[in-house]
Write a protein that binds this ligand. Structure first.
Ligand SMILES: Cc1ncc(COP(=O)(O)O)c(C=O)c1O
Length: 402
């Protein structure tokens, strides 16, 4: 058996490390939490999330995908409806909407921000459109005001996929609180993670928010009024919150919720570390027009969840794949590529969503390298990453005779 390769700069599956205090907190919760799901830590986490990120209503859920599933249900989508969403995103942005039977309509990305914009969304609106899914991809918050204006004009719901943008704001308003629903992920890769999986759904409208606890937990709700015999007629009632929508169990455990509350306190500082690192990488490469980075408009905050870099094969005289070959095989730096335009996957093609007019998204994906960007990369690794990128660019230049 060959041993797995080791890298001088790995691409970690873990976005951040835990402090000793967080580890102690988890150990204490493991000993003491009773119950271990749906107790006071869930309640505290949700209240703190609302306070810190200025959300109307927040619900801890098992995953970011679960948050998107609930938002898709709450949009009351049905076959015949249309949902517009960026083609350049992770599959979980789309699958919950596909499951409703609605038609998925793919929007192209802006060449500079790599995100869908009001300009790429508007031509796709038809009388059947019910909702727009906006994805703050790589952590950059979309230019929301023109999108919200468009939604208002056409009476559309707006779901923000804020899986990657926790802590980033638009004109001072936190991402995930700008539309009707905000869906955050606390998955292992993310800027904060509740032990590998986790998510939060925020809901603006109070009536819709009332439906979430039942949809999240098997339709369960307390009987009204005080009951001395608390077991009569049953411990709790079970009903549909939505006629016709069978509920789920999408709960997040108490230990994860307790940890989530503690991690909220570190979002701003870890995001600031990420932003400073992104700036150091970008400014080190500013004299190389062969590569470019995601443009950040003034009003749009960034969590720097990832640092995608686009190579210009014409200027470079080499392809993106040749650049990645050099990175991994010569320098021992593991990068990857993401996110493949969704219409190119069999899952969406087989479901009838294989067509898209998205030349920018295709070009972004085909020429991009997502650099290793875990929060806990060492200074030495960062320095090595920067010098290696410059080294490769210089080598390619000298081979071109520049
Ligand atoms: C853009 C985007 N949307 C949705 C998700 C789904 O989140 P989760 O993995 O927590 O289900 C992710 C991350 O995995 C993501 O990056």
């Amino acid at each position: 058996m060959t041993s797995p390769p080791t890298y001088r700069v790995p691409l970690s599956g873990r976005g951040h490390q835990y402090t000793d205090e967080e580890v102690r907190l988890v150990a204490d919760l493991m000993r003491q939490a009773d119950p271990m799901t749906q107790g006071r830590h869930q309640d505290e986490f949700e209240k703190k999330f609302c306070r810190v990120f200025n959300a109307e209503h927040a619900f801890a859920v098992a995953t970011g995908t679960a948050a998107l599933e609930l938002s898709a249900i709450l949009c009351r989508l049905k076959p015949g409806d249309e949902v517009i969403l960026p083609v350049h995103t992770f599959a979980a942005s789309a699958i919950p909407f596909g499951r409703t039977g609605a038609k998925l309509v793919w929007a192209d990305s802006d060449r500079d921000t790599f995100l869908a914009t009001a300009a790429t969304l508007e031509p796709l609106i038809t009388p059947k459109t019910r909702a727009i899914v906006v994805v703050h991809l790589y952590g950059l918050v979309s230019d929301m005001d023109p999108i919200l204006l468009l939604a208002r004009k056409h009476n559309l719901l707006v779901v923000e996929d804020a899986a990657q943008s926790i802590g980033a704001a638009y004109k001072g308003r936190p991402s995930g609180t700008l539309g009707d629903f905000g869906c955050y992920s606390l998955h292992t890769h993310k800027n904060i993670s509740t032990l590998g999986e986790g998510g939060v759904l925020t809901v603006r409208d109070a009536e819709k928010a009332k439906l979430v606890p039942g949809l999240r937990h098997n339709g369960m709700r307390p009987f009204e009024g005080a009951r001395e015999r608390y077991w009569v007629p049953a411990m709790s009632n079970i009903d549909f919150d939505f006629e016709g929508f069978w509920p789920y169990n999408f709960c997040l455990g108490e230990i994860q919720c307790g940890l989530g509350s503690a991690l909220i306190d570190r979002v701003a500082s870890m995001n600031a570390d990420r932003a400073a690192r992104a700036e150091r990488v970008r400014s080190a490469l500013k004299d190389y027009p062969e590569v470019r980075f995601q443009k950040q408009p003034d009003d749009c905050g960034h969590s720097y969840h990832l640092l995608p870099m686009i190579v210009d094969p014409q200027a470079l005289g080499r392809s993106r794949n040749e650049f990645m070959d050099m990175l991994v095989f010569e320098y021992g730096i593991r990068s990857d590529v993401r996110y493949c335009p969704l219409n190119r996957y069999p899952l969406f093609q087989k479901a009838g969503f294989g067509a898209a007019q998205c030349p920018n998204a295709n070009s972004i994906f085909d020429n991009m390298i997502s650099l290793p960007f875990q929060h806990w990369m060492t200074e030495e690794q960062e320095g090595y990453l920067i010098s290696s990128l410059k080294g490769i660019l210089d080598q390619f230049r000298s081979r071109r005779g520049v």
